[in-house]
Design a protein around this ligand. Structure first.
Ligand code: ZN
Length: 180
């Protein structure tokens, strides 16, 4: 077998193993009417570059921070941060967080969890991942959600749904279509 053919075989095996990236639907993370999107492409809507969604209902350590993906997905948990509402230096600024991994380097992440007994790696649909809080690099309690490919944050997943500053972040509403 020549080298070129071997590379092709290796490539198809990798694609089969990693899966093909597909679109998912993402709902708001907080089941409460006051939950709102307050950062999108820019922090606080007109600050520096952010390219993700921040969603808050103005509470900390009170309301569940739920898995946003509609359907059953595997949420891998990265914990170890103590309770915080207004930031901490932990896990490189992410605080307690979850990652759902898809194909071709895509992932969906939810950051700044205020850990409780619900926090831990799990496969579930819209379940409680912990509480809304501000662990990691956070100036206040909120849910940060991003969709990255090989570590680069993308905006199409929320712009395609028309989600912008002030949009509801309630758990009954689809606010994004991340690639996974
Ligand atoms: Zn954020």
């Amino acid at each position: 077998m020549n080298v070129k053919k071997m590379l092709c075989v290796a490539g198809s095996l990798l694609a089969g193993w990693a899966g093909v990236a597909v679109a998912a639907n993402a709902k708001g993370p907080i089941c409460e009417p006051n939950a709102r999107v307050n950062s999108t492409t820019y922090y606080s809507c007109n600050g520096g570059s952010h390219t993700a969604l921040d969603i808050s209902n103005g509470t900390c350590g009170e309301w569940n921070h739920r898995g946003m993906l509609a359907g059953s997905y595997a949420y891998k948990y990265y914990g170890g941060c103590g309770a915080a509402c207004y930031g901490s230096t932990c896990n490189g600024g992410a605080g307690n967080y979850y990652v759902v991994s898809g194909g071709s380097g895509w992932e969906f992440r939810q950051l700044h969890i205020y850990a409780n007994t619900s926090s831990g790696t799990k496969t579930c649909d819209g379940c409680a991942l912990g509480l809304v809080g501000g662990t990691g690099e956070a100036t206040g309690p909120h849910v940060h959600a991003d969709n990255r490919q090989y570590g680069t944050r993308k905006s199409a997943w929320y712009t395609s749904k028309g989600t912008t500053c002030g949009t509801t972040g309630n758990c009954t509403t689809v606010i994004g279509a991340p690639t996974l």
